[in-house]
Ligand binder design. Sequence first.
Ligand code: SAM
Ligand code: SF4
Length: 325
Amino acid sequence: MRDQWQREINYLRVSVTDRCNLRCRYCMPEEGVVWKRHEEIMSYEEIAHLVTLFSGAGIRKVRLTGGEPLTRRDLPRLVAMLKEIEAIDDISLTTNGVLLPQLGRELKAAGLNRVNISLDTLRREKYRQLCGRDELPRVLAAIDEALNLELHPVKLNSVIIAGVNEDEIEDLAALTLDRPLHLRYIELMPMKRRGEKAGEGVTSGEIRRRLEEKYGPLIPAGPPHGQGPAKYFRLSGACGTVGFIEPISDHFCPSCNRLRLTADGRLRPCLVAEMEIDVLTPLRQGAREEEILALYHRALQVKPMSHGMNGKWDPGGRSMHQIGG
Ligand code: SAM
Ligand code: SF4
């Protein structure tokens, strides 16, 4: 199914919760977060129902995200339900990793194909400061577990902030040298925290310059799995890859293949644009399937060609953990 700009939309990112067991500075305001009430959040049955409908309109891949998806009780049950949907051929998860050592095996058994784990620093104290909890050892164990369970390709997401973790750009890349890990540097999106910014991002041009200074020329590499917004390279002799995701400076909008479904059941055609279409309320009010599908088509129709964000972004009402980054 194509949107009005002829982009094929086959990928749905589903947020299963707005809650989280970390407090990353760039994602969540420190105080004043109002969590959605339990009854506002889609049940697993509702998620599976919507995904089934949307799979009839071309969705083939589903990524579970949040907030922290592993904080939602019994996530393997949802994975198993999605696995049952015939047209869905790929189920992935974006997680901070904290609970993955304990849940990984069950998720794999339920049908999870692969994971992305967020990791911004390899230093325990810095992790505690940046992410708000002393959880680095469990996140490192999560990476080992993801490799053991062959949740390939195992991707790592790193947000680099000037003066905070930019001194670890090279050490993070070194993780890809002898294991099949795919580390992506994600450009910091200027999420505001109560009038204050979480910091300044470091451009991928600068990250690349530093990597080449230490490791020599980066070798262009294909994406480890299908398409996506990252551009990938290999350090000389490395087993894995490094990638760059630049939502702001390098508009990847022309190849965007995704829609988002927030935990409270709104279709969000673009991460950045504030527009949302409520599909949960009509579902709960007993709307016919054609009516829900009409809303899905509407989301495709209004999906913007480009976010037009030029280094400035105030996402309005929602923080990243509420949108499902
Ligand atoms: N809790 C899970 C996690 O951290 O992986 C999933 C949700 S989190 C919102 C998804 C991704 O968004 C993470 O990789 C995180 O680093 C990224 N993210 C959050 N806030 C961001 C920001 N302001 N700029 C860039 N990336 C951000
Ligand atoms: Fe939680 Fe993920 Fe946001 Fe960090 S980035 S606060 S782990 S939702």
